[in-house]
Design a protein around this ligand. Sequence first.
Ligand SMILES: Cc1cc2nc3c(=O)[nH]c(=O)nc-3n(C[C@H](O)[C@H](O)[C@H](O)COP(=O)(O)O)c2cc1C
Length: 345
Amino acid sequence: MGFLYEKLAKPALFLLDPETAHDAAVLAARAGGALKLPAWAARLACAGPQRTVKVAGLDFPNPVGLAAGFDKDCECYPFLGELGFGFLELGTVTLRPQPGNPKPRLFRLPEKAALLNRMGFNNRGAFAAAERLRRLGRGRVPLGINIGKNADCPLDQARENYLEALKVLYPYGDYFAVNISSPNTKQLRELHRPEYLEPLLDALLGFAASQPSKKPVFVKLAPDLEPEEIKDCARLIAGRGAGLIVSNTTVGREGLDRRWEHEPGGLSGAPLMEKARAALGAALDGAAGAVPVIASGGVMTPEEAAWRLEAGAALVQVYTGLVYGGPFFVRNILKHLARKESADA
Ligand SMILES: Cc1cc2nc3c(=O)[nH]c(=O)nc-3n(C[C@H](O)[C@H](O)[C@H](O)COP(=O)(O)O)c2cc1C
């Protein structure tokens, strides 16, 4: 089956421009989710050995999740939940709809097993997402909803912008991810600074605490800060009781052809691995075991997923690995984790 993806589906998808291929995949997943047979077939083909993990009070059937950015509009997650994932992170959703950056804004670097994107939070906004989440219902696995700031919202109004989005989406997520780390929204990464981060977190966590069901909040960090800065940031976030997702894409271009130096955007996949590992280490140091840390960035092999979990991540997320590895990527990771666990026992 993996052979079919490698030899047929992937070459066909890779003939398309990357964003068209992504849109086609979302469309297919929407159709697949609406029909019982494809969903059932996908479940049968893609399920891997399960290993329930409890993180932030939630039960995850396995520790491998889909990172944010694939289902930005919360429209195809029921089918994605059949691909073996232990959880799905939807979004980034912003309060108001916005078109994102001009196209082209997504690029493949197949020789590096990487993607470069400057999508810019293209999405139909929190109210439309909430309506679809209400209609499609809960998926098979825990859902995280990743929220971001509208591009036209100044930094000093970011707190209200995030808070309103959280309020609209709160009934539908099992956890929430606060995205302060996309490189594609001007000044967004300024929100790592304590003078912005503290009031932002106080507002979001205060709202969650005031609700009958207190849901966990995670903050997604950038990998491009100095290790000490990541550590300080993680300490601040953990001190307030929020978890961490480490990390988002990088603005670094180490090891790439010079043509990519002048192409703005965030790099993901294999070239991000070392940076994401280092950022995870610094975040784990800062969090000091007080809150869970989810690993993201450059997880392109089952061995790398195992490495992040052994390093101390509570859960791991993939995106670019799925694009290059195909729908059996998660199952292969889960098989590897199960084999390793029985060998270590
Ligand atoms: C096309 C694309 C769109 C993305 N959009 C988002 C997004 O909307 N919000 C977000 O937090 N991360 C977004 N990401 C970042 C991923 O969630 C992930 O953190 C990053 O790609 C590193 O993981 P990977 O190397 O496994 O892809 C996006 C990544 C890609 C490739």
